[in-house]
Ligand binder design. Sequence first.
Ligand code: AP5
Length: 215
Amino acid sequence: MGSLKIIILGPPGAGKGTQATQIAARYDVPHISTGDIFRKNLREETPLGLEAKTYMDNGLLVPDSLTVGMLKDRISEEDCRHGYLLDGFPRTLAQADALVGLGEQIDAAINLQVDYAPLIERIAGRRVCGNCGSAYHIITAPPKVENVCDNCGTELYQRDDDKAETVEKRLVEYDEKSKPLVAYYENNGLAKHVDASAPIEDVTNQIFSILDKLA
Ligand code: AP5
C-alpha cells in the first residue's frame, strides 16, 4: 500500500497525532505534523522556532506566512514523492488554498468529530515523545514503561501549551479559523467523517476502513 495523500482534521486533543502514527505505518507514508516541526524548531531555538513560540504559548495559530513555506519545504522532500499524511495542516482556508496552489492532489481529509468536553481531560493527561512524536495518555493510553516512549525509549514530557487556559484558547482558535475547513473539504468531496469519541482502536478501525478503499 502507499501513494496516499491524506489530511487529518480535528480540534486540539481529538486524536490526530495518535491516529496519524497508525495511519502512517499502515499506508507507508511519512507523518508530517506541523506542530511537531514547530516544537523541534523551538527546542533547537531556531529563528522559526523562536518566532512560533510567542503564538504557540498563547494558544494562537502561527501566521500562514511562516507555516506555508515550512510545509512546502517539507513536502518537497524525497520521502513525500509517494504520499504523506498531514497532521495539523491545513489549519486555515488560506493554508488549504496554498496546498491547491502547490498542485497537491489530496485523496482524503479525515475529520475527527468529537465534543469539546472530554478534550481538556485528554490533553491534561497527554504525554508526548519529543523524538518520534508519539502521544500517550497517563490513563487511557499509557506507555509500557512509565514516562518512556514505547517506540524509541525517549523520556516523555508534557507540552507547554497543554495548560487548561491555553487549551481553551486553542479551542476558540480552532472554532474560528480551522472548523471552516470541514465545510471546505465537504464541498470538494474529500471529507471523511469519523466518530473520534470512540476508544482509540475503534477510531483507528473506522479510519482504516475508509482508507483501505482508496489505497
Ligand atoms: P498541534 O501540535 O498540531 O496541536 P493541536 O492541533 O492543538 O492538536 P493536539 O496535538 O493538541 O491534539 P491531537 O489531535 O494530535 O491529539 P492527540 O493524538 O495528541 O499544534 C500546536 C500549535 O502549533 C498550535 O496551537 C499552533 O500554534 C501551531 N501550529 C501547528 N500547525 C499549525 C498550522 N498549520 N498553522 C498555524 N499554526 C500551527 O491526543 C490527545 C490525548 O488524548 C492523548 O493523550 C491521547 O492519548 C488521548 N486520546 C487520543 N484519542 C483518544 C480516544 N479516542 N479516546 C481517549 N483518549 C484519546
